[in-house]
Design a binder for this molecule. Structure first.
Ligand SMILES: Cc1cc2nc3c(=O)[nH]c(=O)nc-3n(C[C@H](O)[C@H](O)[C@H](O)COP(=O)(O)OP(=O)(O)OC[C@H]3O[C@@H](n4cnc5c(N)ncnc54)[C@H](O)[C@@H]3O)c2cc1C
Length: 332
């Protein structure tokens, strides 16, 4: 469904979406439905934003029309829906600088490419988020040390260690328990910050829980083979054989390069009007990144906002256009 934008210097498009979370993906469908050429870029290597990064296996219950839909299935459906109009994906890259060529916005991308668009919708969620790093063993990143679990089946038959005490750590423990050979959960405190029911479920399971404990070293020959875990109250250290260490220590989110674009920022969010327009010409924003009185940060809300943003951007690009796009039921 996806196609990578050609790696030449300039990508010319009508609408650029900055962020391929659920809001950006639905925006790509919507722009296509309005007949606009669309490019969509994301710092992460896969589309889906927070859903893909943090809860692809969880069921979401508050997306209109779906009593329950697994995170990854919602992302797949959104990319299929947008794919009908073949947006250009630029993945694993940051939107760095914004400048204008006359009236038209031009965005420089971290890999050196330039995107020339007639309008931009910033759908960058909580911003550029990077996993909080495990303080040790960075040399094993991608070779046993992971920050995401995009494909749980890859851990089939493995001895897995999960580090962290929040919802993600406990969710991964629950997800991997049936597929991994063993799961060890290491948390530096006694108390967990996760949903109480999930914690109770894990406590009653075969997952080995090491609390008040920290990973102080990783070992292996090429790939991770063992982790040293110290129990802080006693100082006792244990070397545990593992095939994978999943660090779920949370994410560091920041606006990243968008902070220098000249956007009006309120409490690390982008201020928008009721048309989802920012203070900058031809730049709109939608989804978790926006701030206005009464804003609620939910997938369903981002879907509505991005439809508003795209329709208003379409009119700003071409004032002869109607704001109302017509009904999709009338399209072939
Ligand atoms: C554990 C958890 C459970 C949740 N459960 C629910 C739920 O049940 N129902 C619900 O409605 N919501 C839920 N949410 C919230 C929901 O995930 C968010 O509201 C939603 O993801 C927002 O979508 P978005 O597209 O606006 O932003 P995001 O999903 O944050 O996507 C933004 C994307 O923009 C990219 N980006 C940012 N800055 C740049 C840049 N400069 N260059 C390139 N890329 C950039 C990021 O990498 C990211 O992929 C949950 C969130 C979490 C963490």
């Amino acid at each position: 469904v996806e196609r990578e934008a050609p790696l030449n210097d300039t990508v010319n498009t009508d609408l650029l979406l900055v962020g391929a979370g659920p809001t950006g993906l639905f925006g790509a469908y919507y722009a296509g439905f309005r007949g606009l050429r669309t490019a969509i870029l994301d710092a992460l290597p896969q589309p889906g934003g927070q859903i893909t990064a943090m809860y692809p296996e969880k069921f979401i219950h508050d997306v209109a029309g779906f009593p329950a839909i697994r995170g990854r299935d919602l992302v797949d459906a959104l990319t299929t829906q947008a794919g009908r109009f073949s947006p250009d994906y630029l993945l694993g890259v940051n939107a760095s600088e914004l400048h204008y060529d006359g009236e038209l916005p031009v965005v420089r991308v971290s890999d050196g490419r330039v995107v020339r668009a007639k309008a931009i919708v910033v759908t960058s969620g909580v911003g550029k988020f990077t996993p909080r790093p495990l303080p040790v063993g960075q040399e094993f990143l991608g070779r046993g040390l992971e920050y995401f679990v995009p494909r749980p089946a890859e851990h089939t038959g493995r001895d897995v260690m999960i580090v962290g005490g929040g919802d993600s750590a406990l969710d991964w423990a629950q997800t991997l328990r049936p597929v991994a050979r063993s799961v060890t959960l290491v948390h530096r405190r006694e108390q967990f910050r996760a949903h109480a029911g999930t914690v109770a479920d894990i406590r009653d399971s075969a997952v080995r829980m090491l609390t008040s404990s920290e990973v102080v070293g990783l070992h292996g020959n090429g790939r991770v083979q063992a982790a040293d875990v110290v129990h802080r109250p006693t100082g006792a250290t244990e070397r545990i054989a593992v095939d994978a260490v999943i660090a779920a220590l949370g994410f560091l989110a920041d606006l990243g390069p968008l902070a220098s674009w000249g956007l009006e920022i309120q409490a690390r969010r982008i201020a928008v009007s009721t048309t989802m327009r920012t203070n900058l010409p031809r730049v709109y924003a939608a989804g978790d990144i926006v701030a206005y009185p009464g804003k609620v940060r939910l997938i369903a809300v981002g879907f509505g906002e991005v439809a508003t943003a795209v329709n208003n951007a379409a009119v700003e690009m071409d004032p002869a256009q109607d704001l109302f796009p017509g009904h999709s039921t009338d399209a072939t």
